[in-house]
Design a protein around this ligand. Structure first.
Ligand code: PRX
Length: 647
């Protein structure tokens, strides 16, 4: 058995973990004074970082302009994002940019150097142009974790097209809604991908989603060897092969939209979060440099899918901006066995590993021989993201995966923030289980009451961000100014509302979770309203409510309470409704359980009291029954829950 030995990057002092002297020697940032220095003049601080970290065609006229609810970074500056990710690393054309690990073990991993990536991105940019894509057009991307996804996204940025990536496990309906909002003319997709040993078809969902939409052409990656016929369809690799090998990069304004990414809001309709070019690039680059301490010779593996913001920023753009190597993996974490991930770390000598607490909790339940067998001495930094991590899971990750040698960086951020914003820096510390840490230098978060007044130290409150807002922050909601204002800027005066709760613990920020109707299911973001809308659409359903319930591995799972139009519920109807959710949104949203009840607890004004349902689920005494118009419903729901215990 190989022990997880290696260089010790952390030491224990006064009961806390700190960077060791070795870590301090190798790490990009060790100076604690950076926080104060940045706070004195955050705009100048970010201007200096943007100048040092990125390649600009023209420098900006103004570093920061704020006219709330909007603000601009590097106004007047011009750059091309793909030049920053690829062209400028061509002094080392043979350095590997991307390692792709396919799921089937009989297929060998593929390595793409910066030189090859340059060639492919240029060619695919020309394919897009030949198919009529122009600067400012939206291109929809519905791809699994294959190298073509990165090539397609980078090609969009080369010609100034806006990409809108949709998670490949989302349903045809979910894809359609996103295509319609962006009015995309082109969809880039695949025939399928491999998941747990089986080919999973994607093309049928893509076809269905594009019916009666603006999409004129569908460019298809041939991954599982399915024949796709029709005038509308083009083969990704054939088109790429045919295309010219140079595409002049379009110089974009720093403030031009680079991509939109849809995320769950408080209503049923997902919001298209807008990210710009220069500000996003600056935050992606520097958070990779300082949080993950990326050096060009490092290999980073962020396990997030490119359908999520973590996949955008840390599985691809951030590592490429810094000229390092990024690894992406196509398949299931425990396929063909629970040793798969750890073997990938061993075989590819991963230095920085970034994943979600859900995955950590899942592996905690697996025989540790799968981990102990692998040599993970290459690891230097571990990261987590997406949900609060409990102390036991943090310690397990630290000891088992990091061999007690590597810091665990608990990064707090959101789709809206573009890049990480609250965490401890690996060269500074301390690394405290369950605590995220400090605002990234040059940004400021405060913990306030519901009127925006600072909470006394140590008391829990709402987490808000102060001006100047971080450069990677969203620049609006696509086609929906009202939603942007209402969601982020209404609650507090001149502060961004994160919708998270937090408190200070010894000067470091500890996140307590969402304060709105957003759930985090296995790290994926969902709203109760989104799911309720989907279930409601089914013709059998009269009324319904969805609430999150704590779950040992996934963090939370959605539980649905359904009133049928007629008749009683059954296992068969439950299955039918779950399949219906799969079709409307995707399996990530599938309710853990559906309870069929006679009536939902409602107030006189008709508001569903989800709070009561939540309490009943966790066996707590529900409060506020007096406000209900139908207090009898509560006892009956309790009976239904009890009758279903264990099922
Ligand atoms: O509640 C916070 C939680 O994830 C939310 C953002 O979700 P999403 O937009 O999907 O982005 C996830 C990846 C960036 C936040 O509002 N969250 C994210 N990171 C953490 C976290 N909660 C606790 N600790 C974290 N480190």
């Amino acid at each position: 058995m190989k022990k997880n030995k290696g260089i010790r990057y952390v030491v224990k002092k006064d009961g806390k973990f700190w960077p060791s002297d070795v870590m301090k020697k190798v790490v990009n940032m060790t100076d604690e004074r950076i926080y104060d220095k940045a706070a004195k003049n955050p705009v100048k601080f970010w201007e200096d970082l943007a100048r040092e970290g990125l390649t600009w065609e023209k420098e900006w006229d103004k570093g920061y302009v704020e006219k709330l609810p909007y603000f601009k970074w590097f106004e007047g500056g011009k750059l091309n994002f793909s030049v920053n990710c690829v062209d400028r690393h061509l002094s080392h054309p043979d350095r590997v940019a991307l390692i792709w690990v396919p799921e089937p073990t009989k297929e060998k991993p593929i390595k793409i150097t910066y030189g090859e990536l340059y060639n492919k991105v240029n060619k695919f940019a020309n394919v897009l142009k030949e198919n009529g894509v122009k600067r400012g057009d939206v291109v929809s991307i519905y791809l699994p974790m294959v190298p073509q996804a990165l090539i397609a996204m980078l090609a969009c940025t080369r010609i100034g097209a806006i990409h809108s990536v949709v998670f490949s496990a989302f349903s045809a309906d979910a894809l359609k809604a996103r295509i319609q909002d962006g009015k995309a003319k082109i969809l880039i997709t695949a025939d399928g991908y491999y998941r747990r040993g089986e080919p999973e078809k994607l093309i049928d969902k893509a076809k269905k989603a594009t019916e009666k939409t603006t999409v004129k052409k569908i460019i298809v990656v041939n991954r599982i060897g399915k024949k796709v016929k029709g005038k509308k369809f083009l083969d990704f690799d054939t088109e790429l092969e045919k295309a010219d090998s140079y595409c002049k990069p379009e110089m974009m304004n720093s403030e031009d939209t680079m991509f939109i990414l849809y995320t769950s809001g408080t209503t049923g309709k997902p919001k298209g979060v807008i990210h710009d070019t220069g500000g996003y690039a600056a935050q992606s680059y520097w958070t990779c440099k300082w949080n993950f301490d990326l050096h060009p010779e490092d290999v980073m593996w962020c396990t997030a899918d490119i359908g999520w913001i973590t996949g955008h920023t840390y599985a691809m753009y951030g590592p490429l901006l810094t000229g390092a190597t990024t690894l992406i993996y196509e398949g299931g974490p425990d396929y063909p066995d629970p040793g798969r991930w750890w073997k990938i770390i061993q075989d590819n000598k991963i230095n920085v590993f970034y994943t979600a607490p859900t995955a950590i909790r899942m592996f905690m339940g697996v025989d540790s021989k799968w981990i102990n067998e692998c040599d993970m001495s290459s690891l230097r930094i571990l990261g987590t993201v997406g949900e609060p991590i409990d102390e036991k899971s943090w310690m397990w990750y630290f000891n088992k995966i990091g061999g007690g040698r590597c810091p665990v960086i608990d990064t707090w951020w959101q789709t809206e923030t573009g890049g990480t914003l609250i965490n401890v820096l690996p060269g500074i510390g301390p690394f405290v289980p369950t605590v995220s840490g400090k605002s990234f230098p040059g940004t400021e978060h405060v913990i306030v009451d519901n009127k925006g007044k600072p909470m006394p130290k140590g008391r829990q409150g709402f987490l808000a961000q102060k001006s100047p807002f971080a450069p990677g922050m969203l620049h609006g909601v696509y086609n929906n100014h009202e939603k942007y204002v209402e969601t982020y800027w209404k609650k507090f005066k001149k502060m961004y509302d994160t919708s998270d709760g937090a408190y200070l613990q010894n000067g470091l920020i500890r996140i307590t979770g969402r304060t709105d109707d957003v759930m985090k299911v296995a790290g994926h973001r969902l709203t109760t309203a989104e799911l309720e809308n989907a279930i409601h659409d089914n013709k059998l359903v009269g009324d319904c409510a969805v609430v999150p319930m704590p779950h040992k591995i996934k963090g939370q799972v959605p539980i649905a309470f359904v009133v049928l139009k007629k008749g009683n519920g059954s296992k068969k109807i439950e299955k039918k409704l779950k399949e219906y959710v799969d079709m409307k949104i995707g399996p990530t949203a599938r309710p853990g359980k559906i309870f069929f009840i006679e009536d939902l607890p409602k107030t006189r004004s008709g508001k569903i009291m989800r709070r009561i349902l939540k309490a009943l689920l966790i066996d707590e005494e529900p409060q506020g029954l007096m406000t209900l118009i139908n207090p009898d419903s509560v006892g009956k729901i309790k009976d239904v829950i009890n009758a279903n215990k264990g099922s």
